[in-house]
Design a protein around this ligand. Sequence first.
Ligand SMILES: Nc1ncnc2c1ncn2[C@@H]1O[C@H](COP(=O)(O)OP(=O)(O)OP(=O)(O)O)[C@@H](O)[C@H]1O
Ligand SMILES: [Mg+2]
Length: 327
Amino acid sequence: MANGKLLRQLIKSGVRGDTSGFRAASEAVIQEEREKNHHLLANDLERLLYGDRASAGDERKLHALVDLPSNKDSGMALLEERVVIRDEKDIILSDATHAALDEILMEHNRADVLRSYGMRPAEKLLFCGPPGCGKTLAAEVIAHSLSLPLILVRLDSVVSSFLGETAANLRKVFDYIASRPVVALFDEFDALTKDRGDSADHGELKRSVNAVLQMMDGYRGDSILIATTNYETLLDKAVWRRFDEVIRFELPSMEQIKRLLSLKLSGVRRDFEPDDGRIATQFKGMAHADIERVLRRAIKEMILSGREFLEKSHIDAALAREYRHKD
Ligand SMILES: Nc1ncnc2c1ncn2[C@@H]1O[C@H](COP(=O)(O)OP(=O)(O)OP(=O)(O)O)[C@@H](O)[C@H]1O
Ligand SMILES: [Mg+2]
């Protein structure tokens, strides 16, 4: 484990949004782990820091944005910057979803051409689909590809119980988004309308979602607004019409599971091929995030049992644990 000084430096620079300090501390941690022969961990950390690239190059990860607005009453941040590391190579999607994502990127890369014809690139996007299939990751990939900061809109902080405060918070959020080009992620924005027993509260939250949608309607600028939802059935046609594009994310097919295994196990020594049908079939019906969790667990089993190679039996054991948790 990295020493305390390094960890303190890492967290301090991360919290401050000090990109170069964060990178220097991360690289020192990686080097330290490598010196201790913790190669798996070092590789994993390296992938987290650089994605799949061997060197950091000139990738922009954190933009050290200043003056992010906060809720006047509670002081809680309304917006939060997310580190952007992963790119298109790190996301496994169906051809249709991938094509939809590529079209959006193309529109933004060639925005000038569109503008010369009086048109705008798609800037209000709705991502729908089951949990753990890459909606939030896709927002990161878009931010990465367009070299834009990724800003998470903290809807829990935006919605205030004080009359008028929610509207004021939303105004701050949209003013900020309009002030510079960012990818603004309204993650699980309809989650605000559910799981609230109190019906008065529910009405208030529903109004808040409508207020968000109205602000989106009125938005014109260079930022990309992305809303994500697990519950496409909750959204009626009137909501859908407000978005330029609706992209559906789905559970991975067998072919995508194989690609996911090969991606997630790329740095791991194993005694099977990732496109081995016997292994892939076991993950049928699971979301990408769940598969990733099982693989992580299998790798831990391998390490703790002192084996050098990941074996099918490690995956079997990790899957058995997964199902035990679900029962
Ligand atoms: N399509 C994918 N390709 C590769 N990895 C994925 C994919 N989907 C999910 N993952 C992995 O699982 C993690 C969680 O996925 P993510 O947060 O993007 O899911 P989500 O669709 O936003 O889920 P939720 O609806 O719960 O917010 C990702 O950070 C990534 O590591
Ligand atoms: Mg998400």
